[in-house]
Design a binder for this molecule. Structure first.
Ligand SMILES: Cc1cc2nc3c(=O)[nH]c(=O)nc-3n(C[C@H](O)[C@H](O)[C@H](O)COP(=O)(O)OP(=O)(O)OC[C@H]3O[C@@H](n4cnc5c(N)ncnc54)[C@H](O)[C@@H]3O)c2cc1C
Length: 400
């Protein structure tokens, strides 16, 4: 019986993002009582979209939430990489029937708030889950057979299990791994969502499109059944960045795009500039589990957004964690340890691939010419082959 795994034991979760809420919903289904602590005064996501590859769709299915999530998704017909100057397509990966048959699920895009909303509702509907906001975890202590967390306001809670889902600057990670701050940021992101009717018909496209130029790119795709349009600007900063200075400006955002195609410059004007995001990652690191505590999502394996996988990998983590808890319900530290070991190589590969991909996307000169030649010589099947390691069902994967 699934409920027998948790046996009413208490799971504590630090962080109420996509990873933390996914873990809460899944652990409660296993029969754990769950307390989830979010530092912000509400559970909320950035006003922007995310792409969910077939592996991410499968992980959402595993949570039992695919029908609810599907109400909000858009299924783009292709992934397009486009030259920023002459608007020619460098690469077009069809997301057609062949793609869906091969990877068994579609490629979807969704507004972050819609995904978070579905996860939050699943948590709120489950009486096993208690949600706490304005609750920042400050300290973790290993007890004999349990784990203790101390919140910034002094509250102490003991649990049988702690999941650190507290993102890039995870406090739980510092207890378990202790590797300090992430890499200094090099890339600047501006992003936002506009209503479909604000986008001129000639510029609206159903695909996920990335315009690529030297040290800068611009991505757009529809969201929420096509009612919205998502816009994402990413460029390499020519100067060192202060990781906590997030004030944006039009001048800052426009400068790298001055010579880009007029379509990009028109769409750029719709991107909000009140704030920017400074994105970075960490090098892959094993050993995310210690005793009764473990890490998931960005706390475990933060990555650049260039494989569109951070959230997908967080939800995959949860599926693996659930499998290991089911397999070793009498030995929680062993289950957590096995989980981390099984996830390490795959997530490390995605982290490294994301670093390579940003280099590939933002090249110039002869390298850009070689890139175009390489992709234009590839058939759809060959392009799909290149994604098989990421999107194909994992060995031993099973559904809840
Ligand atoms: C520009 C951009 C585009 C992206 N595009 C995609 C994409 O297309 N597809 C995809 O799959 N992924 C994408 N990602 C990655 C994705 O957004 C993240 O990997 C994902 O949101 C990580 O989820 P998480 O729950 O692990 O962490 P987070 O979303 O960072 O959530 C952590 C939560 O913990 C809270 N918290 C932090 N510290 C504490 C504490 N001490 N105590 C209590 N709470 C705390 C935070 O407030 C936050 O709510 C993108 C990222 C960026 C920056």
């Amino acid at each position: 019986m699934t409920q027998d795994v948790g046996r009413g034991r208490l799971a504590l979760i630090a962080g109420g993002g996509i990873g933390g809420l996914s873990a809460a919903a899944s652990l409660a289904r296993l029969g754990f009582r769950v307390k989830i602590f979010e530092q912000a005064d509400d559970f909320r996501e950035v006003g922007a979209g995310i792409q969910v590859g077939p592996n991410g769709v499968r992980a959402i299915k595993n949570l039992g939430l695919l029908p609810q999530v599907s109400e909000f998704t858009w299924l783009p017909p292709a992934l397009v990489m486009r030259d920023a100057f002459d608007a020619s397509d460098i690469c077009r990966i069809p997301l057609d029937d062949r793609f869906r048959q091969r990877f068994q699920e579609p490629y979807a895009v969704i507004h972050r708030a819609d995904l978070l909303g579905v996860l939050l509702q699943a948590c709120r509907e489950n009486p096993q889950i208690e949600l706490f906001t304005s609750s920042r975890l400050a300290q973790v202590d290993e007890l004999d057979e349990r784990v203790r967390i101390t919140l910034e306001d002094g509250r102490r809670i003991d649990g049988d299990l702690l999941i650190g889902a507290d993102g890039l600057r995870s406090v739980v990670r510092q207890t378990i791994i202790g590797d300090g701050a992430p890499r200094p940021p090099r890339y600047v992101v501006y992003r936002g969502v506009v209503e479909r009717h604000r986008v001129p018909d000639a510029l609206w496209e159903p695909e996920v499109v990335m315009w690529t130029g030297p040290d800068a790119d611009f991505v757009h795709y529809p969201l929420r059944r096509g009612e919205l349009f998502n816009l994402v600007v990413t460029f390499k900063s020519p100067i060192d960045l202060d990781p906590f200075d997030i004030a944006g400006s039009y001048d800052d955002m426009r400068a790298p795009y001055e010579s880009f195609h007029p379509t990009v410059r028109t769409l750029l004007e719709m991107v909000p500039v009140e704030r920017k995001w400074l994105v970075t990652d960490r090098a892959p690191m094993h050993g995310w589990s210690q005793g009764h505590a473990t890490l998931i999502g960005d706390a475990a394996h933060p990555m650049l957004q260039y494989m569109a996988q951070g959230a997908c990998q967080a939800i995959e983590d949860v599926a693996q964690l659930v499998d290991e808890l089911r397999a070793q319900p009498d030995d929680l530290p062993a289950a957590l340890n096995t989980y981390a070991g099984k996830r390490y190589h795959r997530t490390a590969r995605v982290q490294f691939s994301a670093r390579q991909m940003i280099e590939l996307c933002q090249v110039s000169g002869a390298l850009a010419d070689l890139r175009a030649k390489y992709f234009r010589e590839r058939s759809a099947e060959q392009l799909h082959d290149g994604l098989a390691w990421l999107y194909s069902p994992l060995a031993g994967e099973r559904f809840a």
